[in-house]
Ligand binder design. Sequence first.
Ligand SMILES: Cc1cc2nc3c(=O)[nH]c(=O)nc-3n(C[C@H](O)[C@H](O)[C@H](O)COP(=O)(O)OP(=O)(O)OC[C@H]3O[C@@H](n4cnc5c(N)ncnc54)[C@H](O)[C@@H]3O)c2cc1C
Length: 363
Amino acid sequence: MSDVYAQPTTGVDATDVRALASYTTLRMGGSAGRIVPGNSAEEIVRAVREAGIRDEPVLLLAGGSNVVIGDAGFPGTVVLVRSRGLKVVAEDAETVTVRVEAGEPWDELVAATVANGWSGLECLSGVPGSTGATPIQNVGAYGQEVAETITGVEAYDRANDTVGRIDAADCGFAYRSSIFKYSDRWLVLSVDFRLARSPLSGPVRYAELARALGVEVGDRVPLADARATVLRLRAGKGMVLDAADPDTRSVGSFFTNPVLDRAAYELFREGAAELGEAPSWPCPGDMVKLSAAWLIDKAGFGKGHPGPGGVAISSKHTLALTNRSGQASTADLVALAREIRDGVHSRFGVTLHPEPVLINCTI
Ligand SMILES: Cc1cc2nc3c(=O)[nH]c(=O)nc-3n(C[C@H](O)[C@H](O)[C@H](O)COP(=O)(O)OP(=O)(O)OC[C@H]3O[C@@H](n4cnc5c(N)ncnc54)[C@H](O)[C@@H]3O)c2cc1C
């Protein structure tokens, strides 16, 4: 059976079967100590337990679309999340709750929900990777995030050696974050989503999507229209994986949008006044979210800006750092990320933070 998540081997030493670059969308990362496939929840738990007994570090890797792995690789056991399957576990006249195994490819799930007339995931069409990774950073796009539909996850707790359910309220979901991010305590084995039985999308919240659909913000559209339009918008930004498009050799957005308290925001506004009104969004607790893409662009790092070794800002999206040549190293990517972070800080006094999980490397 072919590996649904394997990446084309451009720039990867095809003779190195442990090269993690073959498992990441950036096509970067040195070798693993060992790589073990986990084709079911039981296999995943067993592989992690056994590595623990050997006192080896463990890395769970699914689609490899949100990790930056250092050139030295990972000196332990990498467990590939490859469990498949979904089933309806509850339903009533208005909703259906579907339980999805962690390794189920995310976009196949979204396509299936749209085809079934289940509403709630359609705006997350085209996000690469696995279903089990979506709670890790509360995946979001075009006005939807998984925290809105997840009711709970089944997880293996490495600290207590138990498998149990964690309700959504206890997952600590926040903007691109949860209790699972940067923690190796939890293995998400399956995820439950409660979706509305409806041929229509949720209210469209994202202005760009509403414009592309020819509707007003707040309107609902047929699920298939929402999916097709999101996929089209994403492809135009290099945000749908495409082996023929070097702009998609990335982790999507490299930096999160910074969230400032009111005082820091006012300071930023003063310093950036001559650039016109910067895009911003109010957040709970009198916080304000800024656009990382705007900051990067205005600090002088435009689309296509090159870094060392063949890395570059995507030619389609300022927030994506790409392995444009297919031959670049993680050190090259890190150098570009640092240049951008430092440039934004010296121009605006705002610190950008990476969105992907950094493994054996740091910016
Ligand atoms: C072109 C492109 C576009 C993108 N667009 C978006 C977007 O619009 N919105 C968005 O939020 N993200 C986006 N991303 C980021 C990424 O696709 C998502 O974060 C995705 O959910 C990662 O899934 P994965 O299976 O590839 O995770 P991986 O990269 O394999 O893993 C990511 C992290 O989660 C951990 N992990 C993975 N599976 C599990 C599990 N079952 N249990 C516990 N830990 C686990 C890993 O150890 C690692 O720390 C994009 C990435 C790319 C390349």
